[in-house]
Write a protein that binds this ligand. Structure first.
Ligand code: HEM
Ligand code: HEM
Length: 182
């Protein structure tokens, strides 16, 4: 019988850590944009571009995930923990789609375009509604990061629990540089 896969594929690793870095970047960029006397236009252009990159990479990742199903969590793990971990992952995917979509839709409703990393005009979506619609969408856009922070906290706490309490190989699967335990 074939040896079960014990780490994520290189594509999955690159997508996981690339998206994680971009998400961290989004928070830094919005903080820079909102700082007094900052070059707001530049930081917002980078925030919007980073958000669209996250949307594209998340869609790619979901496609990859469907084609290559996740490797099983350790069989010793209680069922509720497996369900909890998978629920967190699904919610990550939902948030990482809805956040950029609401930003993009809000900008489109206002007919306010932006240049993708200063390279070309990013297309707007065909939505009307103007300021009212944009405001409703931005209410979602500014609320959802709270859920994102909770998810990141639970996710990192879970990863540390696996590494230091369960002492299994879950973190090694996502950071192959960490030595595999026997
Ligand atoms: C914003 C930051 C992050 C996001 C959005 C994120 C998202 C995700 C998602 C969606 C999965 C599930 C992959 C799948 O579909 O199978 C996953 C798996 C994983 N992540 Fe993260 N992650 C982030 C940061 C981190 C950090 C900082 C760590 C380590 C401390 C980490 C460790 C892991 C591990 C170990 C797994 C594998 C779990 C398993 O084997 O089922 N992640 N992450
Ligand atoms: C995963 C991707 C994204 C994340 C994590 C994210 C996160 C955030 C956060 C944390 C804020 C600040 C909320 C507040 O002030 O309470 C914000 C504001 C904003 N975002 Fe995003 N965002 C993302 C994608 C986008 C995209 C794709 C666009 C537009 C194309 C966009 C446009 C905006 C705008 C216009 C604001 C309001 C800025 C202001 O008025 O100060 N965002 N975003």
């Amino acid at each position: 019988m074939a040896e079960p896969r014990n780490r994520y594929s290189t594509v999955s690793l690159v997508l996981h850590w690339g998206i994680a870095a971009l998400v961290l970047g989004q928070i830094i960029l919005i903080t820079a944009a909102e700082a007094e006397g900052s070059n707001r236009g530049l930081w917002m252009m980078l925030h919007k571009s980073g958000g669209m990159a996250i949307l594209i990479l998340t869609l790619t990742r979901i496609g990859w995930r469907i084609a290559n199903p996740a490797i099983a969590l350790p069989s010793a793990l209680p069922k509720w923990q497996k369900v909890f971990a998978r629920t967190t992952h699904v919610l990550f995917y939902v948030v990482l789609l809805v956040l950029p979509l609401t930003g993009w839709l809000a900008g489109s409703a206002m007919q306010r375009g932006f240049e993708f990393y200063g390279l070309f005009d990013f297309p707007l979506l065909p939505v009307g509604g103007g300021r009212e619609t944009a405001r409703a969408l931005m209410t979602i856009h500014t609320s959802l990061p709270k859920l994102l922070y909770v998810l990141v906290f639970l996710h990192v706490a879970g990863a540390l629990k696996h590494q230091f309490i369960d002492r299994d190989n879950v973190l090694h699967r996502m950071i192959p540089l960490i030595p595999r335990r026997p």
